[in-house]
Design a protein around this ligand. Structure first.
Ligand code: DQA
Length: 146
């Protein structure tokens, strides 16, 4: 069976490319996912990419990934990072290894972005490197899996 990894993106990340490019850069989410698919292929993995603006759909995507035997997730929860106990519980409830990933350095921004409901139940966190955050998170996850 192919070794598959979930690349999960939360609210407003579908707008990447045009959304506040001075904060989030000019790459689209499709560009980022395409880059990860290439990287994954080189490492012998497949990618399942899901983006949703709805908290419940993100919970469902984590449940489905675990039920389908995916090995882990690179997850940018967007603004739900700072609020979502439901997403935290989905991670602990499934045991799916998750690397929390952010394009911007949330710690250098507004105070409400300094808190994450999820970091404490994730394998690790990568913040602040733009699209490179995803690639670093992906490599860290597969290093952990190997
Ligand atoms: C983000 C940071 C969050 O605070 C914000 O709500 C986002 C994007 C990031 O990737 O930098 O939507 O997760």
């Amino acid at each position: 069976m192919a070794r598959e990894i979930l690349v999960l993106n939360g609210p407003n990340l579908n707008l990447l490319g045009t959304r506040e490019p001075e904060v989030y850069g000019s790459e689209t989410l499709d560009d980022i996912v395409e880059g990860l698919r290439r990287l994954a292929g080189e490492r012998g993995f497949d990618v399942r990419a899901v983006q949703s603006n709805s908290e419940g759909e993100l919970v469902d995507a984590i449940h489905a990934a675990a039920a389908d035997g995916l090995l882990g997730a690179v997850f940018n929860p967007g603004a739900y990072t700072h609020t979502s106990i439901a997403l935290r519980d989905a991670i602990t409830g499934t045991g799916l290894p998750v690397v929390e990933t952010h394009l911007s350095n949330v710690h250098a921004r507004e105070e409400f972005r300094h808190t994450s409901m999820l970091s404490g139940v994730c394998l690790g966190v990568v913040v602040g490197f733009g699209p490179t955050s995803y690639r670093l998170a992906f490599d860290a996850l597969i290093a952990h899996l190997d």
